[in-house]
Ligand binder design. Sequence first.
Ligand SMILES: [Zn+2]
Length: 63
Amino acid sequence: MSMKNCPKCGTEVHFDDDICHACGTNVPIVVPWPAYLIGGFLVVVLVFWAVDWTYWADYFSRL
Ligand SMILES: [Zn+2]
């Protein structure tokens, strides 16, 4: 799926282009929802990876 249709004239537009070459209509780039899911997942993984868990385990064991 690398092409999308212009909402005004129906011409096929490459998914990377945001303007229809036939009529000049602005065609918004469609971001598929799994991309948000993967992006959010990567952020969570990055946070878990960045946190020093041995420090927090030590901190809470002293309470
Ligand atoms: Zn068009």
